[in-house]
Design a protein around this ligand. Structure first.
Ligand code: F6P
Length: 386
């Protein structure tokens, strides 16, 4: 096939994860196969604005498949709102000019939700062709069944839960393990089920610590003297949600009736064992939950926050395969001259989907998702009252 694309730029943006290098390699190898020249842009969109590039020829991509991180470097900058010389600037025109300088026909962007949005914005305001690939340990990119990086992070978090099990058992403790995921609970849920966590708390299901405490007490009564709790970093208590709702209603009322509002402000905020001080201090959520559960159950509690360990190291075989499939499919689409799409996995196939149907949408865990049912059927408490 004669390629319709001659030259591409490729960048990685947002948080890194295992599988990025494998995907860069997949795109580049397929592109080179079709005779496309590949230019690597360093450190995400900032590198495009600052015109920092490297040539990605066969030698440059050799040995990448198994390496963690990204050889291009990454960053969370947005071309339309980037800090330059201490000031936030719109550098879209500069980014576009640099693409033209290198004769790039298309900019390939590997990233999560933020990157999908930034790429679409570049397309719309800069009028340049883009193609994206779904990367994130959070697994929350829309339109794709799975994103690369997720499986590797899930394997790391599962292994951590396995290790916590043995020490929690020895000491008869509650161990709360904080797992990444601000808005989506896929990682905590997947690793929690795979690691056999006794409680899994995710942002999509507001938790009630009294329900959790009852579950832990029941376990103890049944002779299980330890418990593992997998907590996504973005969890919210049931009480804090109703508190937020209270505040919204309160603000609406304020506009209508200032006098009545004054009276309301005098009345004390309703107290709840879930939340006393819980949202007043800047303490990691897992630590706040552990402290409250220790109080409520009388069992000693400890906390482990997995943090960026979940994003480090080599990709799993699953992620290597996924990244390579997505990357090579991207190369083929570029050769066919298909742009402005994200390469997704749907029903096991790598397929292009319009970028406009992805950007700005987060794939959260639906309340009727089969993984939730699975968790409940193995007696995992999800922090809600059934
Ligand atoms: O977006 C992926 C992610 O790993 C989230 O799960 C996490 O909350 C965030 O990135 C952490 O970002 P940073 O590396 O900037 O601390």
């Amino acid at each position: 096939m004669r390629s319709k694309t001659k030259t591409i730029g490729i960048l990685t943006a947002g948080g890194d994860c295992p599988g990025l290098n494998a995907c860069i390699r997949g795109v580049a190898k397929a592109a080179i196969h079709y005779g496309i020249q590949v230019i690597g842009v360093q450190d995400g969109f900032r590198g495009l604005v600052e015109n920092r590039t490297i040539t990605l020829d066969s030698a440059a991509i050799s040995g990448l498949l198994t390496q963690g991180g990204t050889l291009l470097g990454t960053g969370r900058d947005k071309p339309h709102k980037i800090v330059m010389g201490g000031k936030s600037m719109d550098m879209t025109e500069v980014a576009v000019a640099n693409m033209r300088r290198h004769n790039m026909d298309c900019l390939v962007c590997l990233g999560g939700n933020g990157t999908q949005k930034n790429a679409l914005r570049l397309r719309e305001t800069g009028n340049i062709p883009v193609l994206t690939l779904p990367k994130t340990i959070d697994n929350d990119v829309a339109q794709t069944d799975v994103s690369f990086g997720f499986d590797s992070a899930m394997a790391i978090a599962t292994e951590a839960i396995d290790r916590l099990h043995t020490t929690a058992t020895s000491h008869h403790r509650i161990i709360v393990c904080e797992i990444m995921g601000h808005d989506a609970g896929w990682l905590a849920l997947g690793a929690g089920i795979a690691g056999g966590a006794d409680v899994i708390l995710i942002p999509e299901i507001p938790y009630d610590l009294e329900v959790v405490a009852r579950h832990l007490t029941e376990r103890r009564r049944n002779g299980k003297r330890f418990s593992i709790i997998a907590v996504a970093e973005g969890v919210r208590s049931k009480h804090s949600i109703s508190q937020m709702q209270l505040e919204v209603n309160h603000n609406k009322k304020k506009k209508k009736d200032k006098e009545r509002d004054k009276e309301e402000l005098k009345s004390p905020v309703p107290q709840d064992p879930n939340d006393e001080e819980l949202h007043l201090v800047q303490e990691p959520v897992a630590s706040r939950i552990a402290r409250k559960l220790q109080q409520l159950t009388g069992t000693e509690a400890r906390v482990t926050s997995l943090g960026h360990v979940q994003r480090g190291g080599q990709p799993t075989a699953h992620d290597r395969l996924l990244s390579t499939r997505l990357g090579t499919k991207a190369g083929t689409l570029l050769a066919e001259g298909i742009y402005d799409v994200m390469v997704a996995i749907q029903g096991g196939e790598a397929v292009p989907v319009p970028l406009s149907s992805v950007a700005g949408i987060k794939k959260l865990v639906p309340r009727d998702h089969t993984w939730l049912e699975t968790a409940r059927l193995v007696e995992t408490c999800l922090g809600d009252e059934l």
